[in-house]
Design a protein around this ligand. Structure first.
Ligand SMILES: NC(=O)C1=CN([C@@H]2O[C@H](COP(=O)(O)OP(=O)(O)OC[C@H]3O[C@@H](n4cnc5c(N)ncnc54)[C@H](OP(=O)(O)O)[C@@H]3O)[C@@H](O)[C@H]2O)C=CC1
Ligand SMILES: CC(=O)N[C@@H](CCC(=O)OP(=O)(O)O)C(=O)O
Length: 335
């Protein structure tokens, strides 16, 4: 059995992951950590999330220097469900102790350290570790996940967008002179558990944000290998992401070439194509580790619309992290 700790376990992504690890036959859920001064230190996770009563009753521990030392001695892997800068600061100690690190934040998704001051608002404290991180988009890069002890779990919007666009890019169907336009709506849990006025459920009304400057734009472009226009929106529902993407394809492309490109997902339990004429809904993926895709093509305009739905806390965070852990340690993956 492989024992996994979670730092940031009281947050939405960390708690979702704790539940998945606790019910995974190949893994043992180890220590659950919050910040040293957290008001939740000492509280069982199941008190914060009663759905986990009897399943995850261990208390959250404040991450003191002593707790960090014990974490390093007692676990094979650790998940960082913490804010980007916190993850970037913790990684060197965890790697030096020999642990495998699964970072759910954006702290290690780029090789180019210059992205951090521009899109994340801080200088990366350990750019040397960026070069060793592998990007954990499990449906596309499963074979690199045992090549490094540092796995950068993708962001939620990039997961939804890349799963929709990579088949087209790989098959060479995207027009080189046009950018896919991604409009994506996320539920409020995407913003985390901590209260903030602009993500207060009663204040939220469907609106774009981060226009032409969201940090997921460079992440999508990096792993697609093609520029895009990405506009996230916040919607007044709890969980799920729906990305609706409009792309220009090269002249002469046909429906059957598009179908062939998406056949890359045949037999993949984690990504499913809906029958032509059906479109994914966020409620159809809430609580699931799957991505649902659907597309329609106008051959006259060479325009493709593809829609992609995931649960931001599952495929967009915790279930993708769980798949990364199991692939990394050579266990069976159940999507
Ligand atoms: N929510 C989502 O849909 C997704 C989130 N992510 C990423 O996952 C990470 C976590 O997100 P989310 O769960 O939403 O965030 P939350 O705000 O819900 O949770 C953050 C967690 O980190 C803990 N924490 C804060 N500071 C520290 C610290 N210094 N040391 C240890 N623990 C700390 C918090 O507890 P406390 O403050 O009490 O210490 C809490 O447990 C972020 O990087 C986010 O960008 C990725 C994909 C999707
Ligand atoms: C609705 C909402 O606020 N969503 C978050 C994205 C959550 C996510 O995927 O986070 P990371 O890339 O940061 O890990 C945002 O736009 O910042």
């Amino acid at each position: 059995m492989t024992t996994i700790a979670i730092i940031g376990a009281s947050g939405y992504a960390g708690a979702t992951l704790a539940k998945l690890i606790a019910t995974d036959d190949s893994l043992t859920l180890g220590g659950l950590y919050v910040s040293e001064a957290s008001a939740d230190a000492g509280t069982p996770l199941s008190v914060l999330y009663p759905e986990m009563l009897g399943l995850v009753d261990q208390p959250l521990q404040g991450l003191s220097a002593e707790a960090l030392q014990q974490l390093c001695q007692n676990h094979q892997g650790v998940c960082l469900a913490t804010e980007h800068q916190v993850s970037a600061t913790l990684v060197p100690t965890l790697l030096e102790a020999g642990l495998s690190v699964f970072d759910l934040s954006g702290g290690h998704r780029f090789k180019d350290a210059a992205i951090y001051p521009e899109f994340y608002g801080f200088e990366h404290p350990h750019p040397e570790h960026l070069l060793q991180a592998e990007y954990g988009l499990v449906d596309w890069y499963p074979h690199t996940l045992n090549k490094s002890k540092l796995i950068a779990v993708p962001g939620c919007y990039p997961t939804a967008s890349l799963l929709a666009l990579k088949p087209l890019q790989q098959a060479g169907l995207l027009s080189e002179s046009a950018m896919p336009v991604i409009n994506a709506v996320s539920g409020v849990s995407g913003a985390g558990r901590k209260a903030q006025l602009n993500t207060h459920f009663c204040q939220v009304s469907l609106t774009p944000y981060g226009v032409l400057g969201h940090r997921h734009q460079p992440e999508i472009e990096t792993y697609l290998g093609h520029p895009v226009v990405f506009t996230p929106h916040l919607g007044n529902f709890k969980r799920g992401i729906l990305a609706t993407i409009v792309c220009q394809l090269k002249a002469g492309i046909t429906d059957s070439e598009i179908a062939e490109a998406y056949a890359v997902y045949q037999g993949n339990a984690g990504v499913k194509l809906l029958p032509q004429g059906s479109w994914p809904k966020v409620d159809d993926v809430a609580g699931s580790g799957r991505c649902l895709l659907a597309w329609k093509f106008d051959a006259g305009k060479q325009t493709l619309v593809v829609a992609s739905a995931i649960d931001n806390l599952m495929k967009g965070a915790a279930s993708q992290a769980l798949d990364c852990i199991n692939i990394h340690f050579g266990h069976e993956v159940y999507s």
